[in-house]
Design a binder for this molecule. Structure first.
Ligand code: UN1
Length: 500
């Protein structure tokens, strides 16, 4: 295995194009073996202040650069990410634990986002339309919001950052970014690339640190105009309260409790593959991960048996090693949460059919691993079927028909992703209409969103905004309606209209 390492001992903040050492720091731990990789600063409110000042200043000039030229920088960023894909993917596995193949996929999402948003530099369309009055022109254009604060999670430390930073930048904003403390290396690598690609100083600033200090200072800062956050429901609510009281725009993506529906006419081989991939890939640590299977009673037993067989074949270990399919959980706190839910599931009366334990693979005793786990005979009201566990734990719920399946799917407070396996086109169209989630898959698992479509969901998953897709630009721009009256006289709208 080639050695993977970071080129510094302590990661520096990146403010106004300078790498700046923090005063205090905490270790970043490799979840695969419990070893320290590097230290990361615990920044202060003063660091946030510096970053916002730099961003505010830099944004004034950047807003005047034509968008196709801003896009040129994003093309170069995309190109450099592409050239360094393997190196970055390895570092991503090192700090996050996800298996290398998935890490490569995540870096690819960042590359895709760079090229997609670069393309937007030549589009970013507004509308032209007729005015009500003669000799008058009307159009709508997008204007940058100013300084954007982005707060990103550890489970997709590079992809989610690109979903937020790239549309923000191409639209003419500056960014202050707080990456998750568990996975700061991706931020360090990305700013190095942005600098090399020629992104002007001050447009992308990184301040590492805790949510309670750095995150809170960002959310409260009067010169940060928008907050874009992906993470826990609890933190999302706090951000909503603080932003609400300041009338600050904010975009939240807060997780899911995603289900795969398997109907009695489904291709069961395909369904098993889709379920296992979306439930146990990334060790279940995706917002989009499948954590419920809603199965038609006619195929319940067969599906359950096949799932058990497939789960037995999953290999657990260090994601940098060949042949590993399930990597570690991010840390012991993550493991403890999963363990609590295993107990809750047993107490509630669900049947644990496989898994359920923390494991310590040989020579990785200090890593954080959990067995892929299946509960059966769960009911929709159980906490294991309602709450986000963020681990490799799947619950099987049996239903009689499609109506009941849709009701079960929609019974949770989240609405991110859902899926149905069926061969019946009528069921497909009913499901895509009635499943109350922002993303619906047909004959595929619940993960694997592509970056040019809107990403986000209904209900407790967010607050109505979307990451990625063209819709991301709505978070980072204000719509401006422009009226040009070339009649040379005062024309009063709604009053001086001649009716024919
Ligand atoms: C997340 O888990 O927050 O659709 C992001 C997917 C990935 C992104 C997941 N493209 O599973």
């Amino acid at each position: 295995m080639p050695k993977v390492s970071v080129d510094v001992k302590v990661l520096p903040n990146y403010i106004n194009g300078e790498f700046i050492q923090g005063e205090t720091s905490v270790p970043v731990i490799n979840p695969a073996n419990g070893e320290k990789i590097v230290d990361v600063p615990q920044s202060t409110r003063d660091d946030v202040e510096e970053a916002v000042k730099a961003a505010k200043e830099a944004q004034k000039k950047w807003a005047l650069v034509p968008a196709p030229q801003r896009a040129e920088v994003l093309y170069r960023i995309g190109q450099l990410l592409k050239e360094r894909k393997e190196e970055i993917a390895r570092l991503l596995t090192l700090e996050n634990g996800k298996v290398l193949e998935e890490a490569r996929g995540e870096v690819q999402e960042g590359i895709d986002m760079a090229f997609y948003m670069a393309g937007e530099g030549r589009r970013m369309f507004g509308q032209t339309t007729h005015a009500e009055l003669p000799n008058k022109f009307a159009m709508s254009v997008r204007a940058p919001v100013g300084v954007v604060g982005i707060i990103t999670p550890w489970n997709f430390p590079i992809a989610i950052a690109t979903w937020k930073a790239f549309p923000a930048l191409v639209a003419g904003n500056a960014v202050v970014w707080k990456p998750a403390t568990e996975t700061p290396i991706m931020a360090y690598e990305l700013v190095k690339i942005c600098e090399e690609a020629g992104l002007p100083k001050g447009l992308l600033n990184v301040v590492y640190g805790s949510g309670s200090t750095v995150g809170e200072a960002m959310v409260r800062h009067p010169d940060i105009d928008v907050i874009s956050f992906t993470g826990s429901n609890e933190t999302g609510r706090r951000i909503a309260e603080l932003c609400g009281s300041q009338l600050k725009k904010y975009s939240l993506e807060l997780g899911g409790k995603n289900a795969v529906i398997v109907m009695d006419d489904a291709d069961l081989d395909l369904a098993v593959e889709g379920i296992v991939w979306s439930a146990f890939g990334t060790s279940g640590q995706r917002c989009t991960a499948c954590s419920r299977v809603i199965v038609h009673e006619a195929v319940k037993e067969e599906l359950e048996n096949r799932l058990i067989e497939e789960i037995k074949r999953l290999t657990i270990g260090n994601g940098l090693e060949e042949g590993i399919r399930v990597g570690p959980i991010i840390n012991q706190a993550g493991i403890d949460k999963i363990k609590r839910y295993i107990e809750i599931g047993k107490d509630e009366g669900a049947t644990l059919v496989i898994g359920g334990n923390q494991v310590h693979p040989k020579s990785l005793e200090n890593g954080f691993y959990f067995e892929p786990t299946l509960f059966t005979d769960a009911t929709i009201d159980m906490r294991i079927a309602q709450e986000e566990i963020f681990g490799p734990v799947l619950s099987l719920i049996t239903v009689k028909d499609l109506d009941e399946a849709i009701e079960a799917n929609n019974s949770v407070k989240y609405g991110l992703s859902s899926s149905i396996f069926t061969r019946d086109v009528n069921k497909v169209f009913r499901a895509q209409r009635d499943l109350d989630t922002g993303i619906v898959y047909v004959n595929a698992g619940t993960t694997g969103a592509e970056i040019h479509l809107p990403f986000g969901g209904t209900k407790g998953t967010g607050n109505g905004h979307r990451d990625s897709g063209i819709q991301a630009l709505d978070v980072f721009t204000e719509w401006k309606a422009v009226y040009v009256d070339y009649s040379g006289k005062l024309q009063r709208a709604q009053i001086d209209v001649e009716t024919q």
